[in-house]
Design a protein around this ligand. Structure first.
Ligand SMILES: [Zn+2]
Length: 172
């Protein structure tokens, strides 16, 4: 298949029907932990632009970075946008500054995965409008499933899991 999008290639990620929800992302080969999968790409919005925009879809493809920029993977995104949420993910999203000084979101494996494994990250969504957790139900099936894709409340979660995507770079 030929793709004509101007997105970067993600050779280790194949998109196909998910075992959990809609489309999913799968490893094309065995990968060790901390393998680079691709950058989360898409149209970028400032905080002010996001505030004035009416979203007709859910938060599925939106990623807000620690500098308050939001990336909409639905517009110009690559295969990384198809990683589904799991409460026990095998991948993670890590913020990093590229050579041009732009903050980018790097997807990488958290643990070793086998070829064909479905790839997941923990979305840890934040609902700024105070939506109930039940609005974003999780069906990942992990033993520790929180039942929602929202981030756990800070007061009853450990330090690492309490933060939304923007804090995932704290692991360095
Ligand atoms: Zn879950």
């Amino acid at each position: 298949m030929k793709h004509h999008k101007r997105t970067s290639s993600t050779p280790f990620v194949r998109v196909g029907p998910s075992g959990v929800h809609g489309l999913g992302a799968f490893a094309t080969r065995d990968l060790p932990a901390e393998s680079f999968l691709g950058l989360y790409e898409g149209r970028r919005y400032t905080k002010a632009e996001i505030a004035t925009k009416v979203w007709d879809d859910q938060l599925t493809y939106l990623f807000t970075l620690s500098n308050d920029m939001t990336i909409d993977g639905a517009k110009g995104g690559n295969a990384t946008r198809h990683l589904n949420h799991s409460c026990e993910p095998n991948c993670e999203a890590v913020e990093e500054y590229d050579e041009g000084g732009e903050l980018v979101l790097k997807f990488q494996t958290l643990v070793a995965v086998d070829a064909g494994d479905e790839l997941f990250i923990d979305y840890s969504l934040t609902a700024d409008d105070g939506s109930p957790a039940s609005k974003y139900p999780c069906h990942c099936g992990a033993p520790s499933c929180r039942g929602t894709m929202l981030a756990p409340p800070e007061d009853e979660a450990d330090e690492q899991a309490a933060q939304p995507a923007q804090a995932l770079s704290a692991g360095t």
